[in-house]
Design a protein. Sequence first.
Length: 319
Amino acid sequence: MRYGSVFVDLTSSPCSSPRSAARGGPATVSTVELADLSLDLAGVRASLSALQQVIDQTEALRELRSNHEVLRREFLATRRRAEDLDRQLADAANAASHFVLFCQHKYEVVHHQLESTRTEHAECLNALLERLDNSRDLEACRLRYHDLQLRYREAVSEFQDRISTLEAQLAAAFFFGVIVPPDTARRIADLESQLARSQSDLQVERDRQSSFDSELRESAASHKAAQAEVDRLTAAIKRKTRRFRTLRDNYERRLKVADNTIATHSAELDRLQDRVSTLDQDLQRLPSMSRWRFLSSIKPGQSVSPPVSTIRIPSSASY
């Protein structure tokens, strides 16, 4: 029997079946003669090598597709994170802008109040200096008034002594019935007129002294009021200065927090963008077979951009 290029010679006997062997008859074994086949081992090896390459490329393609899906998800997550950071950065900038405008308005109001208070304080200081100059004049007036009062008291005492003496002489003259000479009568009349003038001068001096005392009291009261106003303005300036410092410190602290938040978000966004750009450039520079090895070496948690490339399986491979 010829099968293909192999000659097969089958010899059978009546006792060659398994049933006859089971009955205890003599067993005859069939023989098959096969001719040597001349196979192309190099072609077979080349086909197996091509098949192995195709299998490797298929597995690499499957793994590359899996990595591509992972990287695509990571890229989408990174892009969403970047968009969230952009929104947070915009929200922080908007919130900080409103707060900066509010603090700027408060600063301008407090600064205007501080300037007006400083102006009032300067005016009060000028008034106080004028009052101090008036106080020196008042002290000189007090000294002069004291001297005039001493002289007035001496003059009054002297006039009272002379009046007492003249009254005693007049009483004695009337008592003894002495005729007063005309010169003495004229002298007495002159003295009486001088006494009347002295009494009128004394009344004028008393009125002047009372008016001077009232002016002195008014000046002292005005000086106390000016000093109280100066103290009040000084206290107001201190309070406004403390309030201004507190507002400035709060403004600087909140502005620093906003700047730090914006800087942190900007740095993180720049870092993510640099990372995505670097990985995208590296993927574009790598060849196709090295690219999937590079992608397979990347951890799933890393953020990269999805590569735009395809792997073609050679159609000329022979199995």
